[in-house]
Write a protein that binds this ligand. Structure first.
Ligand code: SF4
Ligand code: SF4
Length: 289
């Protein structure tokens, strides 16, 4: 395998898509595999699946928790200052006691500071965990949110901060689909954003949302057109051309590529044809950054 050596540089490339199923993880995994050394970070904490391709070894787990408040009923006088303060409506005072809705709490810590009776303390609540391992030259980091949790941003934040990777090299950030606050957390330190889309009107609609997001964050970006079919109209391509958005690469609809992905195989490892395809995408990115 040729690959590219990135020992002299450090860069974060975020891979996004407006919806699931566009091939975002397939692109992230293949780019990480042909780059040496590299870091693959799976921020799709609700449904991470990049590790299925890499099958990392020597995996270390780390719990992720957030601080949530609890009130001491012996100290609380029912003044409701905390309820009025919480802009997330996570606190309710009724039946002579304070109730905390943990799912709505953003762990800002304000209620414990504002309580005049010093009745509120904070305790850690586990919301998920990280799995940190290695697959050859790729450092693989996966964030996994516990079932029933709704806010994955603290897991993503920890996932991007954790220090188990080489000082130099390219980090590929496999973002959650869509344009939610979890995506914003995932791209905040990205040097370049790669937007993966498909040739459907729905795909184009979602691409536009992600373009708006990365533009708002003032990130340089380009688009990968996935599942293209020669001779057929591609509304995503038309949108890019009309709006002067750089097209970084085209990945044709290819049954072999689909089969390899469905078997959780990394196409660039299995075939020189696919290795060259992803190599050309990397070359185009390096020309832009
Ligand atoms: S601010 Fe403190 S004393 Fe007042 S209701 Fe809340 S917990 Fe009780
Ligand atoms: S920590 Fe912040 S978000 Fe959570 S209940 Fe207190 S004030 Fe509300």
């Amino acid at each position: 395998m040729k690959g590219i050596t990135t020992g002299q540089i450090k860069m974060n490339i975020a891979v996004l898509s407006g919806k699931g199923g566009t091939g975002k993880t397939m692109v992230s995994v293949n780019l990480a595999r042909i780059t040496v050394p590299s870091v693959y970070v799976d921020c799709d904490v609700e449904e991470p699946n990049g590790h299925l391709y890499f099958k990392p070894e020597d995996v270390v787990c780390e719990e992720v928790s957030v601080l949530v408040p609890k009130s001491d009923p012996d100290k609380c006088n029912g003044c409701r200052e905390c309820v009025r303060f919480c802009r997330f409506n996570a606190l309710v005072f009724s039946l002579d006691r304070l109730t905390v809705f943990n799912d709505m709490c953003h762990s800002c810590g304000g209620c414990s500071v504002i309580c005049p009776q010093e009745a509120i303390t904070e305790y850690p609540r586990t919301i998920g965990h990280l799995e940190l391992g290695r697959s050859g030259d790729v450092y693989v980091r996966t964030g996994i949110m516990n079932i029933g949790e709704v806010a994955g941003s603290p897991i993503i934040s920890r996932l991007l901060d954790v220090n188990t990777s080489p000082k130099k090299g390219i980090t590929f950030i496999d973002c959650p689909p869509g344009s939610s606050c979890m995506v914003m957390e995932s791209i905040k330190d990205a040097d370049f954003c790669l937007l993966v889309t498909e040739p459907t009107i729905f795909g184009t609609h979602n691409l536009k949302m992600v373009v708006e997001l990365v533009t708002e964050f003032d990130k340089p970006f380009g688009v990968i057109l996935n599942k293209t079919v020669e001779g057929e109209a591609d509304p995503s391509e038309e949108y890019c051309l009309e709006n002067h958005i750089p097209i970084i690469g085209r990945i044709p609809f290819d049954r072999e590529l689909s089969n390899l992905s469905s078997e959780a195989k990394i196409a660039s490892e299995e075939s020189v044809r696919f290795e060259n395809l992803f190599q050309s995408i990397l070359d185009n990115i390096s020309e832009m950054v």
